[in-house]
Ligand binder design. Structure first.
Ligand code: ADP
Ligand code: MN
Ligand code: MN
Ligand code: MN
Ligand code: MN
Length: 369
């Protein structure tokens, strides 16, 4: 057994040790890069019955691209909590937080920190509540291994040059095409332990690339669950001594990584307005195409019109079309508009609070926010 695997085993074996009533709480927040999460631990005592039982905390924002050193304190406001799969006892928790900073010198007023888009998304979701928006997000990611101290390469790739062309890798089985299944499985199980609505997972078109889906989840919670699923993925990868990247386009001649957003409203799930409603929704998305592209992560290299993507310049839609900006799944068309639509434009590095609230604001709120 490798040294890493042995360490991993040992660490898991600590799970049976008694904690004498104490709770290990891992506070998680989004840092100033808006693509990375950070976390630190704290011991809590007493039963946690609701989010209100978890205290507000703080961290050094100057070390997270979020604050200056002389006014470095960022306040962590817990917003959701989940059983911690790494300290696998139901009472140990992961605590997702919003970041806020003091607006003034007398500590009376808090304002959202630079990447706290959840704060703004909340209002957009509240306004759309009557249509109960559901989301399924397909998070694609690449697994990187360390070749030496300074360079990394996708898992399974040769130590120099490129692997064979795309074709055999998507949903593959077998050691010559599929790289990283144990990592994916550890992530899948851990998400289920945490109570996340992980819908599934699959090996992707570029070797060393994978996908998992979160959903369907209603409202802002879809964003919360995606961030926690990303955190769990980074933690699993750490145990395997490999790295996860959400970089949307690593290599020109291979598929990039997206975060397709599958979306439905109450009307779509009842089918009562048929395909007319689907077409109205798509028309609204088309009219705001440029704004959506700006809010959908870094698509500068990914949306080329090649490699199963649409063009960043032109909005298109179609039934079952994987080159379209927005795809109508064939089952939705077959069932006369009962179902959902898929926005294929979002890149893997989206902030889901930004991207999901853009979808909701354009389609349900008519851009009122
Ligand atoms: P693809 O065929 O594009 O690869 P996936 O199966 O990977 O699609 O992902 C589809 C996602 O859509 C899943 O997360 C699923 O839970 C979600 N989904 C299913 N029904 C709905 C719905 N009515 N509204 C929103 N999302 C949905
Ligand atoms: Mn210190
Ligand atoms: Mn998919
Ligand atoms: Mn995919
Ligand atoms: Mn998809």
């Amino acid at each position: 057994m490798s040294e890493i695997a042995q360490t991993f085993r040992f660490y898991k074996n600590l799970n049976h040790l008694e904690q004498k009533g104490a709770i290990m709480a891992e506070y998680i927040w989004i840092d100033g890069s808006d693509t990375t999460v950070r976390s630190k631990s704290r011991t809590l005592r007493g039963e946690i019955k609701s989010i209100d039982d978890i205290p507000v905390w703080n961290y050094d924002g100057s070390s997270c691209y979020q604050a200056s050193t002389h006014n470095s304190e960022v306040i962590l406001k817990p917003v959701a909590y989940y059983p911690d799969p790494f300290r696998s006892k139901e009472y140990n928790i992961l605590v997702l937080c919003e970041s806020h900073i003091w607006a003034d010198g007398d500590f009376k007023e808090l304002r959202p920190a630079n990447t706290n888009f959840r704060h703004y998304a909340r209002k957009i979701f509240e306004a759309a509540d009557h249509q109960e928006p559901w989301f399924g997000i397909e998070q694609e990611y690449s697994v990187l291994e360390h070749k030496n101290k300074f360079t990394v390469k996708p898992l399974g790739w040769p130590s120099s040059g490129y692997p064979g062309p795309q074709g055999p890798y998507y949903c593959s089985v077998g050691a010559t095409n599929c790289y990283g299944r144990s990592i994916m499985d550890a992530h899948y199980k851990s998400c289920l332990f945490a109570g996340l609505k992980i819908a599934g997972t699959n090996c992707e078109t570029m070797p060393g690339q994978w996908e998992f889906q979160i959903g369907p989840v209603a409202g802002i919670e879809a964003g919360d669950q995606l961030w926690v699923a990303r955190y769990i993925l980074m933690r699993v990868a750490e145990d395997f001594n490999i790295t996860i990247t959400l970089e949307p386009k690593l290599f020109k001649d291979f598929n990039g990584a997206g975060a397709h957003i599958n979306f439905s409203t109450t009307i779509m799930r009842s089918g009562e307005q048929g395909m007319d409603y689907i077409h109205q929704i798509i028309e609204k998305l088309k009219n705001q195409h440029i704004m959506h592209i700006q809010l959908y992560g870094d698509n500068s290299k990914r949306l080329t019109g090649q490699h199963e993507t649409s063009s960043a310049e032109i909005f298109t839609s179609g039934v079952g079309d994987r080159t379209a900006s927005v795809r109508i799944p064939s089952f939705t068309a077959m069932n006369d508009g009962l179902g959902y639509i898929e926005d294929r434009r979002p890149a893997s590095d989206i902030d889901p609070y930004v991207a999901l609230s853009a979808v909701v604001d354009t389609t349900v709120n008519d851009g009122a926010h």
